[in-house]
Design a protein around this ligand. Sequence first.
Ligand code: SP5
Ligand code: ZN
Length: 347
Amino acid sequence: MLTFYNELHAQHRGRYEIFRGEMVPCFEKPERVDAVLAELGRRGLGKIVTPHGVPLMSLERIHTPRYLHFLRTAWSEWLALDPANAGKDAFPAVWPVRTLRDDIEPDNFCAKLGLYSMDSGTPLTAGTWTAAKTGADCAVNAAHALRLGQRGAFVLSRPPGHHAGADFFGGYCFLNNAALAAQHMLDDGAKRVAIIDIDYHHGNGTQSIFYGRDDVLFISIHADPRSEYPFYLGHADERGEGAGLGYNMNLPLPAGTSAKAWFAALETACIRLGSFAPDALVVSLGVDTFAGDPLSRFALQSADYLKVGERLAYLNLPTAFIFEGGYAVKELGTNVVNVLEGYETAL
Ligand code: SP5
Ligand code: ZN
């Protein structure tokens, strides 16, 4: 397994996030990736490499130019409002919902923050662009490695990506690494690519990016959005639209779901993956399905993650694993590397 490591990930370091009227420490913190890197080293699971920078044009395959421009310039615009902002993270506080217009980009930076975001739980910081861009580099590099014949690749990066849409951030995510990897494989000659998203939260950004397309199958196993973030997408009746009808599959499960029921959903997903017969697979690998996760309410144990990797290996596809969520930092390395080791061992 070749690991593409984002060594600039710690430049994205939120000071706090807003939770029930209070500023609380961020769950999505640099120690998450440090923990996985340390465990990778302990188990010796293959080479760890630094990615080459990719041109912004590669990012424009998924994200809109005006959103990318916003992200690149956001911190300097934030400082331009008030130099004292250097000591504060930027959060949106106003959004163009429903009857409000989102077709005119406002000049006011606070208004732009709302136009390009879906929640106030995602701090934008001084190093956010650098970290997110280097993460996207990792994703595109991993996709390229698969096209060159590598069987498995792992993107070890943060911030995560699956909640980010073509033109918005949210859910701790800024650039959609899984979508970028899938699109790069198609641009590199693949005919069909599948994405399976096993993070606890629905991958709303990835779903919406590919919703009208039949060259990317998106399948997500996640907590029912009626009760869990991202709340407004991820229901079972979302099956794709137009040419994409039948190429989106959501498998929402109630909070409290057991490992047994979770693996039954994985089986359903694998059957559909087999019938799609893709050239490659992208895995949005969140391990916030872990019983000890502080944000989540599923019940997978550390040993279960070996079985996850093993089951995915049986699909017999070149596979790019992209690190998404997972907040139980102490067990994070074990859980993530178990998936990768289960995959490698079963090959
Ligand atoms: C990538 C990813 O996993 N994003 C998840 C975003 C979830 N954002 C909502 C967090 C709500 C915090 N709730 C704290 C509960 C503490 N018991
Ligand atoms: Zn998650």
